[in-house]
Design a protein around this ligand. Structure first.
Ligand code: CIZ
Length: 379
């Protein structure tokens, strides 16, 4: 039997550093890497919790104590008493975990370069300039800034400072409605498609939805257009969800007349219009699992989720699941954490070395926490 260590037994050296996977962890048989990692995890006992996002591969997923979307994982991070939170996800998720946990808890991102291209499309300074300009046109506090959770901690902090909040794809409806009920205009960053699809679902008239072009002077919007807006969408997008094509969906329907199509709301509105349903990762899983009428589905989101769902639901629920396009739905910035990264982190923790710790600066943390807690309260 392996011995469980309590917190005081895990003696940490003063060293904490960001590093990349050493060669000795590469090219090892996967089963051996997973066995070693699980053994180290078991020795660390309750000191460690491993959270995994839906977009991770099965092998990495197999380490997780809890898995889900970023809203669920943020809630779990806020609740856990584990000393180390190993986040198999991406940078912005680990930042949210560091913001929501206590000062004596440590969040670790096993693969430090795991990120989100869309989050990188909204630089805090640029969004701040945009908000200043919108305020100049429409007046103080006329806009509530809402950032998708796929964004940096400093952008979340900006939203916190300006009475705004954060949303995920599973609560964007509630959050945008909250802002609309206040009679305020919204600046929505960084995903224009999630913003537009949510605004459409809320019945905001199309002519009241404007796009801020981040590469143009004053967003390429006139003062009149801004005054006429109800929501302004930052023109960021997810390269994976933007890749699905109307023709691909039509072709699937031709070959499989019984098929139902469900896509993520980060897809453009034309893709949603061509589909039967849309939903966050959790929404997609739940819709297909709960459906008693339809057994054959095509999914438009990241490949690991689709593959895992196809495997699990064919066995347990007799469902058949297709990709809309298996080649283009691989997010190789989000899904790059491998079991060897996790094993390397765990074995080092056992030795007292904390690798790849995510630390959000205190001033940013405070304001970002306001924004994130507001979201958690509203959802
Ligand atoms: O909120 C998340 O975790 C993301 C990035 C997508 C989703 O739909 O769950």
């Amino acid at each position: 039997m392996t011995k469980q260590l309590n917190s005081s037994e895990v003696k940490l050296s003063a060293q904490t550093w960001m590093s990349s996977l050493p060669q000795i962890y590469k090219n090892q048989p996967q089963t051996e890497i997973i066995r070693r990692g699980l053994e180290a995890k078991s020795k660390l006992g309750d000191d460690v919790i491993i959270l995994a996002h839906h977009y991770q591969c099965d092998e990495t997923y197999s380490f997780s104590d809890l898995s889900g979307d970023s809203l669920y994982l943020a809630r779990q991070a806020a609740k856990t008493s584990a000393k180390f939170i190993i986040f198999c996800g991406v940078h912005f998720m680990a930042e949210s975990s560091d913001i929501l946990t206590n000062d004596d808890q440590i969040t670790i991102l096993p693969e430090f370069t795991a990120g989100c291209e869309m989050a990188d499309m909204a630089k805090t300074g640029e969004v701040e300039k945009c908000l200043d300009y919108l305020t100049d046109v429409c007046g103080i506090d006329s806009f509530i800034p809402i950032t998708y959770i796929n964004s940096t901690a400093s952008l979340k902090a900006l939203c916190g400072r300006h009475n705004g909040t954060v949303c995920t794809s599973s609560n964007s409806h509630k959050i945008l409605k909250w802002a609309a009920d206040k009679g305020k205009r919204v600046l929505f960053v960084p995903d224009q498609h999630l913003g537009r699809n949510t605004a459409n679902a809320l019945g905001i008239p199309k002519h009241k939805i404007k796009v801020w072009d981040r590469n143009s002077e004053n967003g390429d919007l006139s003062r009149e257009e801004i005054l006429d807006s109800q929501i302004i969408l930052w023109n960021g997008c997810c390269p994976v969800h933007c890749h699905f094509k109307i023709e691909e969906i039509r072709k699937l329907r031709e070959s499989h007349p019984d098929i139902k199509v469900i896509v993520h709301p980060e897809c453009p509105e034309e893709i949603l219009a061509e589909s039967d349903y849309s939903g966050s990762t959790d929404g997609i899983i739940k819709t297909i699992k709960d459906s008693t009428s339809f057994n054959h589905w095509a999914i438009g989101t990241e490949s690991n989720l689709v593959r895992r769902l196809a495997k699990n639901l064919s066995q347990s629920h007799g469902k058949r699941i297709e990709f809309i396009n298996e080649k283009t739905c691989v997010c190789d910035s989000m899904n790059i954490t491998r079991p060897e990264h996790v094993t390397w982190i765990l074995e080092n923790l056992l030795e007292g070395n904390i690798l790849n710790k995510i630390t959000v600066a205190n001033d940013i943390k405070q304001d970002a926490k306001i924004a994130l807690n507001r979201m958690l309260d509203l959802s």
